[in-house]
Design a protein around this ligand. Structure first.
Ligand SMILES: [Fe+2]
Length: 205
């Protein structure tokens, strides 16, 4: 039995020109990083194609093949989603968040400085990602930790800020100085984009 997955291919989103002119994060880093993102898109397409071809009526070993394809799919799609948020909300001028997102931050963390301190510490402790997400069940923002593209997302929460702390995000520009990179990340955030997402998703302060 073969599966009738809809496995239409997706294509990578283009980078905004502002991504090549970030403050402290070089064009070289962004170009190399974008190639990794393209790799996740390709992998997602490839895996969905393979899942269609798996014959579930064949021997037991198909389950281990199925397992690895499913794990790889979560990694690839996680990599696509995480990087699409990351690239889309960079290219701004940082500062203090305004609009809906600014109101949410102040309501749920007390001050912008406390939100930044919490997200920075989460990013220093994470192996791959830290996210500020709106948790629909809790009705508030949390900074959640991620170790890989497919670890620790929380159900029914919508990521609004995605801080990539994999070494590929900063090693060329900052060496081992992850803290310096995280400061640069904040300085390049476009909070208008983040508040537009909050508006689009219907999140209310
Ligand atoms: Fe990345």
């Amino acid at each position: 039995m073969a599966l009738a997955y809809n496995h239409e291919e997706i294509t990578p989103r283009e980078l905004k020109p502002a991504l090549y002119e970030l403050d402290g994060i070089s064009r070289e880093t962004v170009e190399a990083h974008y190639k990794l993102y393209q790799g996740y898109v390709n992998k997602r397409n490839e895996i969905l194609g393979k899942l269609v071809d798996v014959d579930l009526a064949s021997a037991n070993q198909v389950y281990s093949e199925f397992r690895s394809l499913k794990i790889d799919l979560s990694f690839a799609i996680g990599g696509v989603k995480n990087h699409e948020i990351y690239f889309e909300h960079l290219g701004g001028h940082g500062g203090d968040p305004s609009g809906i997102f600014g109101d949410l931050v102040k309501r749920d963390f007390g001050t912008v400085a406390d939100w930044k301190a919490d997200l920075k510490a989460t990013g220093m402790g994470g192996r791959g990602w830290a996210w500020t997400a709106y948790d629909w069940d809790e009705g508030r923002l949390f900074n959640y930790i991620g170790d890989a593209q497919n670890t620790f997302p929380v159900w029914n929460a919508t990521p609004l800020v995605a801080l990539d702390v994999y070494e590929h995000a900063y090693f060329i520009d900052f060496g081992t100085d992850r803290a310096g990179y995280i400061d640069a990340f904040f300085n390049n955030l476009d909070y208008d984009v983040v508040s537009d997402w909050a508006q689009k998703y219907g999140i209310r302060p």
